[in-house]
Design a protein around this ligand. Structure first.
Ligand code: ATP
Length: 294
């Protein structure tokens, strides 16, 4: 079974509180983009999980979210056979693009299919939240408002088609540390998430873009100045708007015209500030993963 796990960007990201157990309460507008990893999942006779990955530095043991996701279902349903999984990475790691979460969502769906467990998308989402805040959203994909600790999801209409450029600086950002440092700030301006949701419902791209905002930039930009420089390069080269995704350091820019987006990609590559540059589009599908060959 070959499965596609797509990355996400945050059209807006706000942190509105903290639960007693330490989890942050978020309000985020999520958008799947067409940059993807591939998972090849096979049943094997012996028990356990055999995970291989083509990207150096990505763990292939129980630290990998794919491993955790598969293990969760194998244990719960007392499945005696195991799975072998090959993970082909294209989504940069620790980049604010939810690569690991998208992979985990795929692994949950794959194991559910492979062993005929019959779990609905909703039942998978309930299990997904324990793996990470973005995993329930990655099960569903498309455009969505994510609230609570990521488990309260509202599906939104697809955003108007546009061109999205992603630029990831060489360094990686540990998400946990960014949220901890945000706690040190007493107050900060909040993006207009409700206004952006309204604009998405109205299909108004200008208003969607003018309400883009990410409170985590307040923490990540002082440590990674390349983020601010990449935002400026995007804006100077035709982006209607540009922001950081998730806890960073990836920056995305929204363009109306493909020609401008391509020119911006060239500038970003020449700047030497971005290690990876992608030209992509919003993925309007019903999921961040799609079964291509079951
Ligand atoms: P988010 O936007 O949800 O915070 P991210 O894009 O910042 O996610 P990930 O790509 O999910 O971060 O990776 C974060 C860390 O998790 C990596 O440094 C890596 O060690 C570990 N990891 C676990 N599973 C995976 C996976 N399947 N792919 C990549 N990294 C993984």
């Amino acid at each position: 079974m070959e499965l596609i796990a797509r990355a996400k960007i945050n059209l807006s990201l706000d942190v509105v509180g903290k639960r007693q157990d330490g989890y942050h309460l978020v309000r985020m507008v999520m958008q799947t983009v067409d940059v993807c990893d591939t998972l090849i999942i096979k049943e094997k006779d012996s028990a356990g999980i055999a995970l291989a990955c083509d990207a150096p530095g990505v763990p292939t043991d129980s630290r990998n979210l794919v491993w955790k996701a598969a293990d969760l279902l194998l244990q719960e349903f007392r499945i005696e056979r195991g799975v072998s999984i090959l993970l082909k990475k294209r989504i940069p790691s620790a980049a604010g693009l939810a690569g690991g979460s998208a992979d985990a969502a795929c692994a949950l769906k794959g194991v559910n299919e492979l062993f005929g467990l019959g779990l609905s998308e909703k039942e998978l989402c309930v299990r997904a939240v324990g793996l990470g805040a973005d995993v329930p959203y990655c099960i569903m994909g498309g455009t969505a408002l994510s609230e609570g600790i990521g488990e309260v999801l509202t599906k939104l209409p697809a955003v108007p088609d546009c061109h999205i450029v992603l630029a990831k600086p060489g360094d990686s950002v540990p998400t946990g540390e960014v949220y901890q440092d945000l706690d040190l700030l007493r107050s900060y301006p909040h993006p207009d998430v409700d206004g952006q949701v309204r604009a998405i419902r109205e299909g108004n791209l200008d208003e969607i873009i003018s309400r883009m905002g990410n409170v985590l930039e307040l923490v990540t930009i002082p440590r990674h100045p390349a983020v601010a420089e990449l935002i400026q390069i995007m804006e100077r080269n035709g982006a209607e708007g540009a922001r950081m995704s998730g806890s960073g350091p990836t920056v995305f820019g929204i363009f109306r015209r493909e020609k401008d987006a391509r020119l911006a990609c060239g500038e970003l590559e020449r700047s030497g500030l971005a290690k990876d540059v992608f030209l992509t589009r919003p993925y309007p599908g019903t999921g961040s993963m799609q079964e291509v060959d079951a």
